[in-house]
Design a protein around this ligand. Sequence first.
Ligand code: ADP
Length: 496
Amino acid sequence: MKFFPQSIRWRVQLWYVLLLAVIVTSLLVAFYRNQREIKYQVIDRELTDPITRILPQVDKRPQPPQRNRRLPRPGPGPGLGPGDDFERPPDRPQPRREDRELELEKVATELADRGIYVIHWTRRGEVSFASEDVPGASQVRPEVESGGTERITKRTMDGFREVIHTGGPGGVLILGKSIMPLEEELSSLAMRLVVVGVAIVGGGFLVGWFLIGRCLKPIERISGAAHRIAAGDLSERIEVGNPGSELGQLSGVLNETFERLERSFEHQVRFTADASHEMRTPISVILAKSQFALNRERSPEKYQECLRTCHESAQHMRALTDALLELSKVDSGEFILRTSKGQLADLVREVMQMIEPLAEEKKVTIDCSLEDLTIDYDEQKIRQALLNLLGNAVKYNREGGTIEVSLKGDRQGVLLTVVDTGPGIAPENLSQLFERFYRVDRARKREGRGGTGLGLAITKAIVEGHGGSVSVTSELGTGTVFAVRLPGRHGSGQPE
Ligand code: ADP
């Protein structure tokens, strides 16, 4: 898998090498072209320079000596314009024809030693002078005008570089040289450049392979850890090398996610175990009681007692399944609130009336101080939450105790408090109070008199679903205070 061509490593590597190859090739090609141009400039200068020595010897050969004739100024430049002519001093003696021929021979010999050949055509098109080694193609007079402005042109032909001087009185003059040695030198340079290019790209490939491998190491670690986690080891974590780097940060986030995943998985396992455990108690009771009634004939009182116990257990099971269903909706995101504006105080009064029979049974008195407040809430769900809180305040209160319910509004929204005079809750138990199936007094559950242990978890889900919060403070021996805060702008009086 590591060497699969579609892997990130290979893809990055290929792009990187491709880019490097393009850059290196462009640079080397530019360098080669530059070198080639320089070398051709050198050879062109070598061919152009002697023109100034040859031209005075050949341009007068067909003409008689003349006073005040304008002659071209010899020079190594690319061409001589008409403005570059100069006036020859009239009193200077003209060299003799034989002297010029001798001088020409001398220059041609010198040039031949340097591999340069010379050929000259008069204005009438006759060859007036030609070195011995002029190649065949160059022995043909080029199709150029021999009069007019003086010009120097360059050409490369059949492995020879030539400069052609035309115009002026001198006819056509060609100086040429073989470029084979130059081309050999250039092709050897090209070979060396290719070797250098391949070495740079190859070196770049190795360095890139090493660097990309180092960069991808954390990804390999992440992928390894993810595989182990997927295989079932939820305690596995990614080793975070450099927490500041992008991949370090990603590892941190993934570790947090794995942490939450593990917690949620444990939570789910515990929840399922707790739920089945909770169901077992009433089922066992029903089975035991029905077995007892069926074993042999019993008195009508015994049958009644058995049926009552079975009925109570079935009610408990229904409460449990209802609560579990409610919580499963919270977990699956199906916990939908249907809110509407309403008087919260009215709902509190309604719930107080509902629990009054229970309170009377326990001789608990309920005091209330309720402000008329209009807020947005889901009536059915808030009723359920209030029933849980007030029901607990009665259930866990002492005989003849009191409950104070207060509802008031402030800038942040609505604050509802339920204060009871029960035995209170120890500080170490407060943090777990809203957990599912948590009960402070486990013994009560075994006796079958306790609740489901899900009421406060559902209350919390309802309040938080409204964007509010629920908190608890308690003092052992004094009582417990549950405070529910609900958000929203509220108003007094009748619902808007
Ligand atoms: P239950 O069905 O057991 O009442 P809850 O989720 O409503 O489940 O409450 C969880 C536990 O919190 C209860 O078992 C009880 O021990 C404790 N508790 C709840 N309300 C009070 C209260 N007002 N006073 C003392 N303890 C309380």
